[in-house]
Design a protein around this ligand. Structure first.
Ligand code: CA
Length: 365
């Protein structure tokens, strides 16, 4: 249907009305003329259905899209494994089997080495800084360029804030304790872990409890107290470490099949953009409000051993992270462009945050 013709007709109908009652009749006829067929989409995710935080973002997003379109555009959300396994979201949406996905870019590192920049870089940006880079730097444009060959349009889809370093079945006192340690740790941080002598593994969240319980892995990172409590990791690993050097402010993603996106009316495209933007901020708000109570419960009720990673371990992780990030920049001309943008932005924002956010947190004590 050509909406411009309808709108032109509608406007001339409105222009023709004289008395107020005539105008009402004309408005009703415009409504009837512009009624559109309902759109039904599927959205697949890498999380268990309705999982706190991560899994709620796509649910909120779908509900807001429905509300903003008065039910004309309905998106049904599927958990990991309901249509495809957790880590097949990218390929499935790329092929157009389903129209949308919610996941994290760093899961696609094997295919796109530069993708982790759009989730998290070890010792990189925090949530607030990531959002600034995406929406007021040029990260969105570079990300779109990276995904375009796969017929995918990415949108920022949530942020957890600084994560925890993870759950370990033994204490980490020095670099020695990392040797041979099998840890679920995806993205660039996995490569860092390998170079320190550990064995990185990438597994979807839903498989982590069993993997820890059966000894397939010795350690795992996931998100933070609110999410980690929901998965019950405290039952199978006792030592809980901070800070999340590997994911200081990881961004999630909504991905939309390009053909499906282009088939939408322009107003629905705008609504996707705005609902994603709202879901992105909402996730950070939820973690910010709920992590503390979950951590208290983990420590007081479940007797979890909370510890900071030793300084020398953090120093070694930082040094190797710099090498890994730099090497990633050399994997393609586009990776270089992404790295340059990231680096330049990080230097600027870090310098300012030293005298604002960081200075304030230090002053607050
Ligand atoms: Ca994580």
């Amino acid at each position: 249907m050509d909406r411009r013709i309808f709108l032109a007709g509608a406007l001339s109908a409105l222009g023709a009305c004289g008395a107020a009652s005539d105008c009402q009749t004309s408005v009703d006829s415009v409504k009837n003329q512009t009624a559109r067929p309902k759109i039904r989409w599927k959205l697949i995710t890498s999380w268990p259905k309705n999982f706190p935080g991560l899994g709620l973002a796509p649910e909120h997003f779908a509900r807001w899209v429905s509300l903003m379109t008065s039910g004309e555009f309905e998106i049904k959300v599927y958990g990991a494994g309901e249509i495809v396994p957790a880590l097949e979201v990218f390929d499935t949406v790329s092929q157009g089997t389903v129209q949308m996905g919610h996941s994290a870019a760093y899961y696609w590192k094997g295919k796109l080495p530069a993708a982790p920049f759009f989730t998290s870089v070890p010792f990189g940006l925090n949530a607030q800084e990531m959002n600034g880079w995406f929406h007021y730097g040029n990260a969105r444009e570079l990300w779109q360029e990276l995904y375009a060959p796969y017929n995918l349009i990415p949108f920022v889809g949530g942020n957890t804030g600084v994560q925890m370093a993870g759950w370990f079945n033994k204490e980490i006192r020095s670099l020695e304790d990392i040797q041979g340690l099998k840890m679920r740790i995806p993205g660039l941080a996995g490569e860092v872990w390998k170079r320190l002598g550990g064995t990185p593994v990438t597994l979807p969240g839903g498989e982590l409890f069993m993997a820890l319980q059966t000894g397939v892995i010795d350690a795992t990172e996931w998100v933070g107290p609110y999410n980690d409590l929901a998965f019950g990791f405290y039952k199978v690993a006792k030592h809980y470490y901070y800070p999340g050097w590997h994911e200081p402010g990881p961004s999630l993603e909504f991905i939309v099949n390009q053909k499906a996106y282009e088939s939408l009316p322009k107003d629905f495209q705008n609504i996707i953009e705005m609902a994603a933007r709202a879901a992105n901020q909402d996730m950070l708000d939820e973690y910010t409000a709920r992590n503390d109570a979950a951590l208290v419960e983990l420590i007081e009720t479940h007797k979890v051993d909370l510890q900071a990673l030793p300084n020398d371990v953090l120093q070694a992780l930082r040094k190797i992270s710099e090498e890994v990030v730099l090497e990633t920049a050399q994997t393609s001309p586009l990776a270089r462009k992404i790295f340059d943008s990231f680096k330049q932005y990080q230097q600027g924002v870090q310098a300012y945050h030293a005298v604002s956010e960081q200075a304030y947190l230090n002053a607050r004590g």
